[in-house]
Design a protein around this ligand. Sequence first.
Ligand code: NAI
Length: 328
Amino acid sequence: MKKPVRVAVTGAAGQIGYSLLFRIASGEMLGKDQPVILQLVEVPFEKPQQALKGVMMELEDCAFPLLAGMEGFDNPQAGFKDADIALLVGARPRGPGMERKDLLLENAKIFTEQGKALNDVASRDVKVLVVGNPANTNAYIAMKSAPDLPAKNFTAMLRLDHNRALSQLAAKSGKPVADIEKLVVWGNHSPTMYPDYRFATVGGASLKDLIGDEAWNRDTFIPKVGKRGAAIIEARGLSSAASAANAAIDHIRDWVLGSNGKWVTMGIPSDGSYGIPEGVIYGFPVVTQNGEYSMVRDLPIDEYSRTMMDKTLAELEEERAGVAHLLG
Ligand code: NAI
């Protein structure tokens, strides 16, 4: 039997948590031969702690053979101890009348504290995925608050956007999702993101040529992927949860077990490539192998793409400027 992997999850009693934890415990994230220990973190208030207890009871009732242990926590210093993987899902949602700036600052406090806790107590190789919004900037704050950990281990979730784009492209082209390769979603997990299928292939042939409809790309596809989150809220009355959990599983599974040569999108700290300033957590195409990701480099960027990539960058830089005073 392999040594169990410690997976810390914040926001464990929330919507995404409820769709996520059972799949982690069943082996869908790390493999059917990999035991896990779940370290579940919620805010220190009665209701969420009580809800967390209920979720843990249900996890128990599944009798998952791979669930080697489980504990609930009300603070990250205890909850992140020795974590090999940290899924930072919990975040402050936007309340009525709350300005975007206030939302950023409220979350900055949470992710500063969580970054420090990771720095203090997590495994030195911890792989961090930030799901809680604004995901890219929250990941940036956590990374900056954890100076003793490798910056490359802090990532933000763009995979839901990637998967959304894949499905739209499959529907438009009539090709199976599994056959579409080399898709990219650049930038921020927000409506400014830029889903880009210029390099995408189906069975080696260009998907862009196959679709052959640039007006659809610009006027339908890009806005539809960007506004998909809002469309789900409108339809369901609640934000995406099962699809977000699914994307988190995809992100970590590929990071740990490899993407077999396929491109996937991860929000990662820029190394200055593609004109994106170093350190900005930005959606890039990567391939993953042996527990590491590497950026797909030297893709040609045309004028339209440059404009789109700069627009989403400008939003990230604005968010970064809004929290700079907290990061010293
Ligand atoms: P939810 O409100 O159902 O659950 C969030 C949970 O997090 C709550 O139980 C809350 O008590 C907990 N929480 C809040 N602050 C915490 C903290 N400091 N430590 C530990 N737990 C904390 O929300 P849901 O639907 O599960 O979404 C979670 C986050 O994921 C939201 O910020 C949402 O915007 C984001 N999201 C991100 C997506 C992405 O693609 N990156 C996609 C969908 C949602």
